[in-house]
Design a protein around this ligand. Structure first.
Ligand code: WTA
Length: 639
């Protein structure tokens, strides 16, 4: 086993962890009453399982084959035509759900907006018409850089409706990150807003866009949604107010969902990997739609009386799958909140749960740990009895946070669905459904139709209790199809480790004697900071872009709230003498280049970095030293 795996081992909870059986009120209404049977059946014939699920949705043209697997390239629902937005909107508008609330939104300052399925359909059609009027065609990439407002959802759906491929860039990312993503996707159109609000402050999105628009040769038009009302510069011939175009008569015309091949790309989402720049993960309409629909249905058991809230930002995959697409595919009522959990007080979320009668709350370990710090009095001031199920995603949830979430928020009546998945997987892969007994700290068992294992370096299953690498053994409908413009890298990153046999997730894990999977953490150079996925390479290149820095290396360090924090080691250029402000200046620089979330917590000034003879930085040595772990094999060390 690689040393990185061992180094991460540190805090695995005991396998003897108590089992939490499903409470009767949850089990009673659970769609799936017995995990074992359905799982066994689904694995014996995964194609039949997924096909039956696909039949619950509407297709413009049926498939000829469920799966075409030319390892490692998959095509699902081959020959079929569909459009995910037809299933998100049109399918419901034909029924009584036309009048059902689809989206309830509250801003940080307390404004509210609500949309029925009928009005969401209208808004999305109008948005799609506006995109068409800007010359957006099927297959074009559109970059979306927006605050958390309903128009963010409509913009995404509008792209999908006309077969354009959206590339959403998280609104917390900075100018350089946005610039890289626009270039790589070669977007001609960018959708943004004049600004957004977070933590009581205004985020000047449009002026950030102005810093990249001028030097992005591919970019022709910038569509600006009015949100803050603050004055912004509008460049004639390039920048358009959304509301101006939306008012035009041509924007009011019907806009039927484009009939698309089920393998037509739906979106590109850039995410961090081991080396170099973020990679463009490509997902498609058909298979992704089926997986997101099925997993949300089985894991969160959504029904018409539910009010579901996923606290993520639509700029990350969690938001794509389980704010935008999943709930709408289910015809559910979703709630969306624009701001920070602690604004103006640390009870904002609990206030929202009570005010809107949220039944299913899907959040992150970091948020839970962050809110735990403020004590139980804050949630205890509110009536949280509407809650039925809780969810967690993004990183392993430590048992202490799990228990707090379960006891203080869920009042011991709400099972926690700890969902393990990745940007690459499209939807949940390992997660309990409400009928599965829980152990704090594990995402439990693989979902139906999904075959996973924990293996050693040669691809052999390891014994229960042993650490190994998490792999996925069979293709699944929501899997990424490729890396944008880079199928070779796709093969190498995910499929080369076990010669094309298994998908390698990049996580280390352990199975216990009950078959529960305990994910330990990343084995590559990805750091999960507050659940956000960052690559050491990105942070290092941001540091090196500072004129004083010659070389940099970053590692993740366990952090009580954020899960991991970033520690950087920098070597200065000859002749540069750091002073008391240098650390802060470098932090700010990374914030500006990449985004605040990427700022290192600690920066050490060093005279050199440990490298292999071929010149690769040995981050694991820095990490071992920092955490007081065994240094391990140093035979490749240069010096
Ligand atoms: C980690 C987020 C443990 C894991 C949806 C994975 C988790 C990476 C869990 C993907 C979980 C996500 N338990 N670890 N429930 N969920 N992870 O692409 O390391 O941002 O490989 O997708 O997050 O991160 P990504």
């Amino acid at each position: 086993m690689s040393e990185t795996v061992q180094a991460e081992k540190a805090t695995l909870p005991s396998e003897e962890a108590v089992l939490y059986p499903p409470p009767a009120h949850v089990l009673e209404r659970a769609r799936v009453k017995s995990y074992e049977e359905l799982y066994k059946e689904s694995i014996e014939n995964p194609e039949a399982y997924w096909e039956a699920e696909a039949r619950e949705l509407e297709w413009f043209k049926p498939w000829e084959r469920v799966l075409d697997w030319q390892a490692p390239f998959a095509r699902w629902f081959v020959g079929a035509e569909c459009n995910i937005t037809h299933n998100c909107l049109d399918r419901h508008v034909k029924t009584w759900r036309k009048n059902k609330l689809g989206l309830i939104w509250e801003s940080e300052s307390g404004e509210t907006r609500t949309y029925s399925y009928f009005s969401m359909h209208r808004e999305v059609c109008r948005f799609a018409n506006v995109l068409k009027s800007l010359g957006v065609h099927k297959g074009d990439r559109v970059t979306i850089y927006m605050p958390r407002i309903p128009e963010q959802v409509f913009a995404i759906l509008a792209c999908a409706r006309i077969g354009a491929i959206h590339s959403v860039v998280f609104g917390g990312f900075s100018v350089e990150a946005l610039f890289d993503r626009i270039q790589d996707a070669e977007s001609r159109v960018l959708i943004t807003a004049d600004g957004g609000f977070m933590n009581g402050k205004m985020v000047p999105l449009k002026s950030m866009v102005d810093q990249v628009a001028g030097r992005s040769p591919c970019l022709e038009s910038v569509l600006v949604v009015r949100r803050t009302g603050e004055p912004v510069a509008m460049e004639a011939g390039r920048d358009y107010w959304y509301h101006d175009l939306a008012e035009l008569p041509i924007s009011q015309r019907p806009c039927p969902a484009e009939s698309l091949d089920s393998e037509h790309p739906l979106f590109i989402l850039y995410t961090s990997g081991t080396t170099g720049r973020p990679k463009g993960i490509v997902h498609v309409h058909g298979g992704y739609m089926v997986q997101v629909y099925t997993t949300l249905k089985n894991v969160f058991d959504l029904d018409d009386e539910d009010r579901y809230w996923c606290t993520a930002d639509a700029g990350w995959v969690t938001g794509h799958s389980y704010i935008v697409y999943g709930p709408l595919l289910m015809g559910a009522t979703m709630f969306m909140y624009e701001g920070a959990p602690t604004f103006p007080y640390p009870d904002r979320w609990w206030r929202l749960v009570a005010r809107y009668g949220i039944t299913v709350l899907y959040s992150t370990p970091t948020a839970i740990r962050g809110l735990m710090r403020f004590g139980e009095a804050w949630p205890d001031r509110h009536d949280l009895s509407s809650l039925r199920l809780l969810g967690s995603v993004g990183e392993p949830i430590n048992p202490e946070a799990w228990r707090w979430y379960h006891r203080v928020i869920g009042k011991e009546r709400c099972p926690i669905m700890d969902t393990w998945w990745q940007t690459e997987t499209g939807g949940f892969m390992i997660s309990p459904t409400p009928c599965v007994p829980l152990k704090p700290g594990t995402a439990t068992r693989p979902l139906f139709g999904i075959e996973v294992d924990v293996v050693d370096d040669r691809g052999q299953s390891v014994e229960p209790g042993q650490d190994g690498l998490l792999v996925i053994k069979k293709p699944w409908p929501g899997m990424l199809r490729t890396l944008y413009k880079n199928p070779e890298l796709y093969k190498e990153v995910y499929w080369s480790r076990f010669e094309g046999r298994y998908y390698s997730a990049g996580d280390s894990a352990r199975k216990d004697k009950d078959g529960y999977i305990w994910v330990v953490g990343r084995v590559d150079d990805v750091i999960k900071v507050s659940g956000y996925r960052l690559g050491t390479a990105e942070v290092e290149s941001a540091l090196v872009s500072h004129p004083a820095v010659a070389e940099a290396a970053c590692i993740g360090k366990p952090h009580p709230v954020k899960g991991n924090s970033i520690k950087a080691f920098v070597v200065f250029v000859a002749g540069f003498t750091p002073d008391d402000n240098t650390s802060e200046e470098l932090r700010e620089h990374v914030g500006k280049e990449l985004g605040k979330i990427a700022r290192p917590d600690e920066i050490d000034f060093v005279s050199g970095l440990p490298k292999t003879r071929s010149g690769k930085i040995m981050r694991r040595l820095l990490k071992a030293q920092e955490l007081g772990l065994p240094i391990g094999d140093t035979s490749t060390l240069e010096d």
